[in-house]
Design a binder for this molecule. Structure first.
Ligand code: ADE
Length: 419
């Protein structure tokens, strides 16, 4: 079986960790059991480009149980867990192309390996496979029935492609499912981002000023968790509604150049480019730690730092010190790549359980329905979203009430008002 992973001998450790994550992914496990019986993906070729983590391994096991024929590659050069990649190949028979720290050429050659598989379904986290197929590998469009997309950044790219009339097949936006972004983006990014900062730096958060750029679901989660650890949180936003929300959530809100003067730790989660840039560097507090938890490594203008530093050195794994000419020092984590996956292990299994349940059920939905869909970006069907929420509650032992007939009737009527 062709593959490209770092080290075969890491497989046993990877298998142990995959099984550990699986214990906290009960929704995905129940889908896997059904897939095993029903084989809804029998013979379907899947090209998956995801962060190669223990949680992703359990998604791959689920797709395989459903009969899928998978090639998996990394969706980020720094997010691969090498033991997991080895176990996927040697224990679970999933063709995997992913090595932590791979250079850009290797990263793209791995994406090409997934495209060479001639997938009928593409499964992206960031839309690099879709982008590559539409720009350079158009021969692979033939035979594709549909795709899924995991993350906000990827969905934004796909919607831009659709608006341009460039998108050539239907893609389900897993990110837009409630059971994805309300939990994964908020609680998953919230916890794993702070986890990444702490693992890389071992700095105390209490009493520190943490700046969060971007107050979407991920930013809200990071702000909530930093605040829970005792940080004073400053939010930088460009959207007045989100800025207002941050104010009412109890955070200070101000422009980046002002925040820079006070920041001890700065986390960007906007999905846009050069969020930390020259003006902020000019006012930035000595000793500030800066990192990115958005999908691409574009949020921090690293080139400016490199060009203007008197010296650069690695002070700890994944912590780079930039000594500026005026004597101030700035510390960059993980070369500006996703801090939660590069410095920690990404979101915990319990939230990825729902995200990847959406992936598995969206793949099943595409096999049954893609022929009737025009090219475009589609939401996860509401029934799937609700079924995942209900199943998750069940696995947590949480029971809820049902509407009475009287209440249902009342909600459907318009005649009754003030009594
Ligand atoms: N994205 C964020 N966390 C992740 C994880 N643990 N596995 C796969 N993708 C992720």
């Amino acid at each position: 079986m062709e593959h490209h992973v770092k080290d075969e001998s890491l497989a046993p450790a990877g298998k142990n960790r995959i099984e550990w994550a699986d214990k906290d992914m009960p929704v995905l496990a129940s889908i896997r059991e059904r897939f095993e019986r029903e084989k809804p993906l029998a013979g379907v070729r899947v090209g998956a480009c995801l962060h190669v983590t223990t949680e992703t391994a359990n998604l791959m096991r689920t797709l395989k149980a459903g009969g899928a024929d998978i090639v998996l590659c990394a969706s980020n050069p720094l997010s691969t867990q090498d033991d997991v990649a080895a176990s996927l190949v040697f224990d679970y028979g999933v063709r995997t192309y992913a090595i932590k720290g791979e250079d850009n050429d290797t990263y793209w050659s791995h994406i090409d390996a997934a495209i060479d598989h001639r997938p009928q379904i593409t499964m992206d986290d960031g839309a690099d496979v879709v982008g590559r197929i539409h720009a350079e590998r158009t021969e692979a469009l033939d035979g594709i029935i549909g795709g899924t997309e995991e993350t906000t950044t990827g969905v934004i790219r796909l919607k831009a492609m659709a608006a341009d009339g460039a998108l050539r097949y239907p893609i389900v936006s897993v990110n837009d499912a409630m059971t994805k972004h309300l939990f994964d983006n908020r609680y998953g990014t919230g916890q794993s981002t702070i986890d990444g900062v702490i693992r890389a730096t071992n700095r105390l958060i209490a009493g520190r000023t943490v700046v969060i750029s971007g107050y979407g679901w991920c930013g809200k989660g990071a702000a909530m968790r930093a605040s829970g650890l005792g940080a004073k949180v400053i939010v930088c936003e460009i959207d007045p509604l989100k800025a207002l929300e941050a104010v009412m959530d109890g955070h200070r809100v101000m422009p980046a150049v002002e925040a820079a003067k006070q920041c001890d730790i700065w986390i960007t989660v906007t999905g846009d480019i050069n969020v930390i840039d020259t003006p902020a560097y000019e006012t930035m507090k000595d000793g500030a730690i800066i990192c990115n938890s958005g999908h691409f490594n574009v949020e921090i203008n690293i080139a400016h730092l490199r060009e203007n530093a008197a010296s650069v050195r690695e002070v700890k794994p994944l912590v780079e010190e930039f000594a500026l000419k005026d004597g101030r020092k700035i510390y960059l984590l993980a070369d500006g790549r996703l801090v939660n996956l590069a410095c920690a292990e990404g979101h915990p299994a319990n939230v990825m359980d729902m995200s990847f349940a959406n992936q598995a059920l969206s793949a099943e939905y595409l096999v049954a329905n893609a022929a009737a869909l025009e090219p475009g970006v589609y939401p996860v069907p509401e029934e799937i979203d609700h079924a995942i929420a209900a199943l998750k509650l069940e696995t947590m032992g949480v029971h809820i009430d049902e509407l009475t007939d009287e209440q249902r009737k009342y909600l459907a009527s318009w005649q009754e008002g003030t009594v």
